[in-house]
Design a protein around this ligand. Structure first.
Ligand code: SAM
Length: 312
């Protein structure tokens, strides 16, 4: 299975997305057998809100087709980084697609880019980075939590990213990155990113590059900006990405050009005693009443090209 190259038909071992509705989606690996808590291998039957699904029956089915559960149905979708972000198992807080898209664009990620990331966390951002830089780039991702590194390494392998990624257990603030002059961009999602900025400078190419840090609090962001300035980064900018959804709705509004709101106005007649017009029905586009709020501040900066110092 490869997230990078889409294919038509499901094979054993693939990761697939079962889509029921926007609130009910599942990522699962197509394996005929699954281990119980006691370690016995039993038939892999996946429970959805609409009944059971025999996972082995997905083999040979085409992506995009309907799949039957015992009490309903869903669609079998090819995985993408966006769907993975919505369905992965959270080991940590994760980044979501609105922030991720701004990061990918501002860091100018493209095929062939070399990226350093820390911490890896649950690998949500890593999957989007990998799609942007494959098939010729490389992601070096670091987390100081051994088990998180092991799980994400297995997921990278299951999803076909192995050639383009190296995941390592390492304290990015204390020990930095074991890389010098290789990275086009560095991304830091750490509690204290300012401690990793001097190490990031070492990892960035001397020909220049970009850095981004993600922090939920403004005090962290202030320290990061001071750190970036002290190291010689340029064009430092902090942004917040808020996604506002619009909904298409059928609404009914009273005809208002014909009556005013004084005491002579009744539900049936206007001030001139004329019959009011019927309410009018509209199809309107309205902002959603609720939206996802603050996630974090994204600070971007440019590492300028390091020109050779002339000997005098
Ligand atoms: C919020 S999570 C990152 C989530 C990730 N961006 C994602 O989208 O899935 C932060 C991660 O940083 C790791 N971490 C914290 N301090 C670290 C350090 N000094 N060096 C390396 N990793 C660190 C934590 O173990 C955690 O997994």
């Amino acid at each position: 299975m490869s997230f990078a190259n889409t294919k038509c038909v499901v094979e054993e071992g693939d990761t697939v997305i079962i889509y029921v509705n926007p609130q009910a989606m599942y990522a699962l690996q197509v394996k005929p057998l699954i281990a119980t808590k006691k370690g016995d291998m039993v038939e892999n039957i996946f429970q959805t809100a609409y009944g059971a699904l025999k996972v082995q029956e997905l083999v040979g089915k085409k992506f995009g087709h309907k799949v039957q559960f015992s009490r309903g149905w869903g669609y079998l979708l090819h995985p993408t980084p966006e769907l993975w972000t919505l369905n992965l198992k959270h080991r940590t807080q994760i980044l979501y697609t609105p922030d991720i898209s701004l990061i990918v664009m501002q860091l100018d990620l493209k095929a062939g880019s070399v990226i350093v990331e820390s911490g890896t966390g649950s690998g949500s951002l890593s999957h989007a980075i990998l799609r942007a830089i494959a098939p010729t780039g490389h992601l070096h991702t670091f987390d100081f939590h051994q088990q998180r590194v092991e799980i994400v390494t297995q997921e990278f392998s299951d999803h076909g990213w192995e050639p383009f990624v190296t995941a390592k257990q390492r304290d990015a603030c204390k020990d930095g990155f074991d890389l010098e002059n290789v990275a086009d961009a560095v991304f830091l999602d750490l509690p204290n990113p300012w401690l990793a900025i001097p190490h990031s400078v070492k990892a960035l190419k001397k020909s220049g590059g970009r850095i981004c840090t993600f922090s939920p609090c403004i005090e962290q962001t202030q320290k990061t900006c001071e750190g970036l300035l002290a190291e010689g980064f340029k064009y430092i900018e902090t942004m917040e990405c808020l996604q506002r959804e619009y909904q298409v709705k059928n609404i009914t509004l009273p005809e208002i050009d014909d009556y005013n709101f004084s005491f002579c106005n009744t539900p049936e007649t206007n001030c001139e005693g004329n019959q009011k017009k019927d309410d009018r029905k509209f199809r309107a586009v309205l902002p959603a009443l609720q939206m996802a709020g603050h996630t974090g501040y994204l600070t971007f900066a440019t590492w300028p090209r390091q020109s050779e110092k002339c000997q005098t």
